[in-house]
Write a protein that binds this ligand. Structure first.
Ligand code: PMP
Length: 284
């Protein structure tokens, strides 16, 4: 059965959902996006994703395609039309279609596209086994805090991980881990302290990161926001990643070295449970 895709005001069967070849998202990666998770037919932290979208748009002087209220109702309509109870909604805003030019076009309306992906996100296979990561150089641009669709570098990173028999890659710059290819990265020190890189232009300010750090503080777990090295990660008690669709994903191996006893860590397990149950309370 074909999905219903939203394109600039229309709900269309996916076969009929089309964007111009002149769209700047296609030609220049001049587009930003958000991914919102759905559990039990409800959106997790829609407000967080909407706020970050507005910030991404502002940072690159891109016009908002509609209001947040309109965006929320389009999300709801997409869930209803696609009978989506678990999975994700992908949203992309591009600067629109215009003759190819590096300078931004004047008077062009942004393009808005949404589609759904049904997926088991609660019972992910990584929950029991944990994931293996490799470390690779971070070759991305300097404004990783803006959620743009320039995803070739992370794509190459995932492929490098796959070729090495791993599940994902952690990106390293100037000797320190920035984040994962599509997630924020954390270690748990032997004393139980969680360490994750501080926010800056170097990493994406994860919506899941913000929630998990809040829940960790509420659970009296000490958190340090600072850069850490791969050596520290290898000597850690645990490691994990967070993202909207992974929630809290345990990491059990880095560059073929086991983290702790190589099993899913207690902190990651606990934070994952807290994250899912707490997020569901405020899901809409
Ligand atoms: N960092 C990067 C590079 C990402 O692509 C993502 C996922 N979009 C994240 C972090 C996690 O962000 P969020 O928790 O908002 O999904």
């Amino acid at each position: 059965m074909s999905r219903i895709v939203y394109v600039n005001g229309e709900y269309l069967p996916e076969e009929d959902a089309k964007i111009s070849v002149f769209d700047r998202g296609f030609l220049m990666a001049d587009a930003v996006y958000e991914v919102t998770s759905i559990i039990d037919g409800k959106m997790l932290d829609f407000a967080g994703h909407a706020t970050r979208l507005v910030r991404s748009l502002d940072e690159i002087d891109m016009k908002a395609p509609c209001t947040i209220e309109e965006l929320e109702s389009i999300h709801r309509e997409m869930m209803a039309r696609n009978n989506l109870t678990e999975g994700l909604i992908y949203l992309q805003v591009s600067r629109g279609a215009a003759d190819r030019d590096f300078a931004f076009p004047v008077g062009v309306e942004p393009s808005l596209v949404l589609f759904t992906q049904a997926k088991n996100i609660v019972d992910s296979p990584f929950v029991k086994t944990g994931m293996k990561v490799i470390s690779i150089p971070d070759i991305r641009w300097g404004r990783r805090d803006i959620k743009t669709v320039q995803l070739l570098a992370p794509s190459l990173g995932k492929m490098a991980a796959k070729a090495a028999g791993a599940d994902d890659a952690w990106l390293v710059e100037d000797g320190y881990v920035t984040e994962g290819t599509s997630n924020n990265a954390y270690i748990v020190q032997q004393d139980g302290t969680i360490v994750t890189r501080d926010l800056s232009h170097d990493i994406l300010s994860g919506i899941t990161r913000a929630a998990v750090l809040r829940y960790a503080a509420e659970a009296q777990i000490k958190v340090e926001e600072r850069p850490f090295t791969i050596e520290e990660a290898k000597a850690a008690k645990e490691a994990f990643v967070t993202s909207a669709t992974t929630f809290v994903g345990p990491v059990v191996e880095i560059d073929n070295a086991r983290i702790g006893d190589g099993q899913v860590g207690e902190t990651a397990k606990r934070l994952r449970e807290i994250y899912i149950s707490e997020s569901l309370k405020t899901a809409i």
